[in-house]
Design a protein around this ligand. Structure first.
Ligand SMILES: Cc1cc2nc3c(=O)[nH]c(=O)nc-3n(C[C@H](O)[C@H](O)[C@H](O)COP(=O)(O)OP(=O)(O)OC[C@H]3O[C@@H](n4cnc5c(N)ncnc54)[C@H](O)[C@@H]3O)c2cc1C
Length: 392
């Protein structure tokens, strides 16, 4: 006999990010009794660049959703500038991004799930999920809001992947991401993706937001942040506040390009981002415990984009529950996501290698069907930019 739980539901969704909210909304709309537990407070800060790629926009459209004004941010559709500091290359193209306020976006999706009939408890962390002994028994989860009995569990807890951990599946490699807001003069017109292998095999980013503010961030492999801090001001010319050490190279590059900046945040904040190493690390769960979004390993190891994968996999998990299918079938449903990740893994391989990067850039118009404009390296206040990361 299973112990009596304080809460019970048909489907327990762990996490109210885009994967969990989408799954909960579709299930509740189909009449299922859904409970969402999210560790965060609704509307709490969410570290994100806030760029919705074209596919995420199309997935929302397919689900009959249009972004509310509160979630939209100016500049609405910024161009993307590519800055390769190793090869002294700059280029620009139209990626089709939609600029959003990520906190408002997540709050909107969660509210839609609530309106569809899902019960949502925020500031409730799931601590463990017990596997049922018999095939027809329910799962028992322990959370800070009490114990929960559920026939199905969807782990949409993002990079923390709490259900995945409980299943004993291999945990995912993660990047340490740092991001903070800056005030720039002149304001940044486009998004920048800045590559410099000595700093990170991933990249640094600058994303313009309203009112002359921009987000500056970078993804660093574990351990790199410490090294970056130790290199503080040994090679750089521009002084920056100590708390910004992890992003010093990016600030220095901005200065070299003629931008004056001042921190709008006291310090950048940190968050993990799943950094897929191989396709085999994508897992869909076991039995009636399904994984969706980053918990499954679904985020581009090249660009870090994860919202489109979260929307698609949240919807696929809901379809599986409605059809009474388990993790094996969810794996088949997500074949298209795997193909996208395969391409992203190849792009990440190229992106981390300065010698291959110019070839990758040359292939971009063919891969994306988008026109690429080459920009000069010199000029715009950066004639003597030094490859070590400082203005010469
Ligand atoms: C710095 C940074 C910038 C990014 N920029 C972009 C971008 O511009 N565009 C883009 O597409 N993607 C971006 N991403 C990736 C994107 O944010 C994620 O891939 C996406 O949010 C994954 O959605 P998800 O629903 O799977 O998980 P999440 O959005 O992470 O949601 C997981 C939810 O689960 C909750 N949770 C965690 N553990 C528990 C627990 N034990 N119990 C209960 N709740 C729990 C969390 O509070 C959270 O609300 C960025 C990521 C980072 C770190």
């Amino acid at each position: 006999m299973q112990p009596v739980a304080e809460l019970s539901c048909d489907v327990l969704v762990i996490g109210g990010g885009p994967a969990g909210s989408t799954c909960a909304r579709l299930l509740a709309a189909a009449g299922r009794d859904v409970l969402v537990l999210d560790a965060r407070q609704v509307g709490g800060r969410k570290l994100c660049g806030g760029l919705l790629n074209r596919r995420a926009q199309l997935l929302l459209e397919d689900q009959g959703l249009s972004l509310p004004p509160a979630a939209c941010v100016e500049p609405a559709q910024p161009l993307l500038e590519y800055h390769d500091l190793d090869n002294r290359l700059r280029a620009c193209y139209t990626p089709g991004y939609r600029n959003i306020d990520r906190g408002a976006f997540d709050a909107w999706l969660l509210e839609l799930a609530r309106q569809a009939g899902a019960r949502v408890i925020s500031a409730a962390r799931v601590q463990s999920v017990e596997q049922p002994v018999a095939a027809d028994e329910a799962y028992l989860a322990q959370s800070t809001a009490g114990s929960v009995q559920a026939r199905w569990v969807v782990d949409a807890s993002g990079a923390s992947a709490c259900g995945r951990r409980q299943l004993g599946l291999p945990m995912l490699r993660r990047l340490d991401c740092l991001q903070g807001a800056l005030r720039l003069d002149p304001p940044l017109a486009n998004c920048w993706a800045v590559y410099q292998t000595a700093r990170t095999p991933f990249f640094g980013w600058l994303i313009p937001k309203a009112g002359g503010v921009c987000y500056a961030g970078a993804g660093l492999p574990p351990g790199q942040l410490m090294r970056q801090r130790q290199q503080r001001r040994t090679r750089f010319q521009t002084p920056w506040p100590e708390q910004w050490d992890g992003l010093g190279w990016l600030l220095d590059y901005l200065s070299a390009r003629g931008y004056r900046w001042e921190p709008a945040d006291v310090k950048p904040h940190g968050a993990p981002l799943v950094w897929l190493a191989r396709l085999g690390d994508v897992q869909c769960g076991r039995g009636r415990l399904l994984l969706a979004g980053e918990a499954a390993g679904l985020a581009s190891p090249f660009s870090g984009e994860g919202v489109s994968f979260a929307l698609a996999s949240g919807a696929a998990a809901a379809q599986c529950v409605l059809a009474g299918q388990g993790a094996a079938e969810l794996g088949a449903e997500l074949a298209g996501e795997r193909r996208r990740l395969w391409l992203a893994l190849a792009q990440a391989y190229v992106g981390a290698r300065p010698r291959l990067r110019p070839w990758g850039l040359a292939l971009l118009p063919r891969l994306t069907g988008r026109e690429l404009s080459r920009l000069g390296w010199d000029g715009q206040g950066a004639p003597g930019y030094n490859q070590d990361g400082g203005a010469a």
